[in-house]
Design a binder for this molecule. Structure first.
Ligand code: ACO
Length: 424
């Protein structure tokens, strides 16, 4: 490798540098030059795109959105401001923030007919099953914002998705508990409105607790974007074919649902509850280390972070603050703290660089706020929508953008004659 190129056989490939982080080798011509593909299941060494949104240094445990650390944003900003930042690249002025927040607020209602759509689901449907279906169905209700080549329509679709996700997530919850849907209340903040639509009832006024509102808003910030993770890559891949944004976000939701991704917060709390008491922690650590046992410590480990996930730091602090302010405690939190302590001292986790990720503590706090575990991933989807939408917009305007179409190493049978049914 010399002077900005990397050689492969007789061929040289351009080495590209970003503003920070590892360089990449531009191998777009590799197949044409050599007749070979690269092999990288799970994309562990592949940059699938250029992006100016989010930067992660997994070894140092750093997460930046448009250059700002997640710690600073969680401490000093709010979800609307972070959403503006992700979408537009810069922090807004007071007037810009006000305009953006007003726009989002004005889009929080959903088409009245969507309520009928909800009623087609069984009452015990998982909220993520409902979210996949309903968000995908938005494309059938908002035709006027599905032309991806029209920048104005892209903006409206983006605003609609960010604004309607809390309404849809709250409706999914209300439907599962058999309570009436609540219309949004535009006098409340984005997060306060979501809390009211989820926990309020039409029979009496709902007073938003500012401590819970702040904690929830911070949880939304922590989940807003995370570089080219599985669900974001799913959104980009779906969008690369020209699919409309509602369909793309529905695809992202489906991917997020998996327990190795967004579903881990639900799985982590279930695991902590199953452990139940600090005395049982060693037994679960032993299981996590046992190669013959498929059990893993949920909320531990990350594809990119080989250090403490900076979101877990904020999350742990937020749990402490909320518990102190509400004068409550939860034995599950004690189990989590002690499990983390023991795991971090254990050689297995140290050698494999397995640290708590954002999901390790999020379940504890969401449960304290009153959400059932089945809602956890839906909340993640709500918050991540802004990241998905921002990444989708970035992709559409990227001059290098092409339909995503990976190749493969074929290992099946070679060409053979068809055998008629009566001869098999
Ligand atoms: N508990 C026990 N062992 C683990 C864990 C864990 N939580 N995570 C990884 N390992 C071990 C694996 O067994 C593997 O061991 P080996 O090298 O001896 O085979 C090694 O660490 C590397 O693990 P991989 O699965 O290859 O790492 P990968 O980067 O593919 O996976 C993942 C990352 C999926 C997050 C993994 O750590 C995991 O399953 N964690 C639990 C689920 C979880 O918390 N997911 C949330 C991710 S964060 C998010 O989506 C917001």
């Amino acid at each position: 490798m010399t002077d900005g190129t990397v050689s492969f056989g007789d061929h040289r490939y351009k080495r590209m540098s970003g503003s920070v982080g590892p360089d990449v080798v531009d191998i777009r011509k590799l197949y044409a030059d050599t007749g070979m593909f690269t092999y990288d299941p799970g994309f562990t060494s592949t940059a699938s795109c250029q992006s100016a949104l989010t930067y992660i240094d997994g070894d140092e445990g750093v997460l930046l959105h448009r250059g700002y650390t997640i710690g600073e944003l969680a401490e000093q900003s709010n979800f609307m401001e972070v959403s503006y930042l992700l979408l537009n690249g810069e922090l807004p002025s007071a007037a810009e923030l006000n305009r953006f927040t007003t726009t989002i607020t004005r889009h929080t209602m959903v088409n009245e007919q969507l309520a009928q759509f909800f009623r087609g689901f069984r009452r015990d449907a998982h909220p993520m099953a409902i979210m996949c279906g309903v968000v995908g169905a938005l494309s059938a209700f908002y035709h006027d914002s599905t032309d991806i080549h029209d920048p104005a329509q892209r903006v409206i679709a983006s605003h609609r998705l960010i604004a309607k996700m809390p309404t849809i997530a709250a409706m999914a919850y209300k439907y599962s508990v058999g309570q009436p849907f609540l219309y949004p209340d535009n006098s409340l903040s984005y997060t306060g409105n979501f809390l009211r639509m989820t926990f309020g009832v039409p029979a009496e006024p709902y007073v938003v607790d500012p401590i819970i509102e702040r904690a929830m808003d911070r949880i939304f910030i922590l989940h807003a974007d995370h570089e080219q993770n599985a669900s974001t890559s799913t959104v980009r891949l779906a969008g690369s074919s020209g699919a409309n944004p509602f369909a793309c976000i529905a695809a992202g939701i489906a991917c997020l649902w998996g327990p190795a991704h967004g579903g881990a917060n639900e799985a982590a709390l279930n695991m902590l509850r199953e452990i139940g008491h600090p005395e049982r922690i060693p037994e679960f650590i032993a299981r996590a280390k046992d190669k013959n046992d498929p059990f893993r410590l949920m909320g531990f480990g990350h594809r990119v972070y080989k250090n403490y996930d900076p979101r877990a730091t904020v999350m742990q602090k937020t749990v402490r603050e909320v518990f102190a302010a509400m004068k409550v405690s939860d034995p599950v939190f004690d189990v989590a703290i002690q499990l983390e302590e023991l795991a971090l001292k254990d050689d297995y986790f140290a050698e494999k660089k397995l640290f708590p990720n954002v999901d390790f503590y999020s379940g504890v706090i969401l449960s304290a706020i009153g959400f059932p575990t089945s809602m956890f991933t839906a909340l993640f989807a709500l918050a991540r929508t802004v990241g998905w939408v921002a990444q989708w917009n970035e992709m559409i305007t990227d001059p290098d953008q092409k339909i995503g179409r990976p190749r493969q190493l074929y290992t099946g049978p070679t060409a053979r004659p068809y055998v008629a049914l009566d001869q098999r």
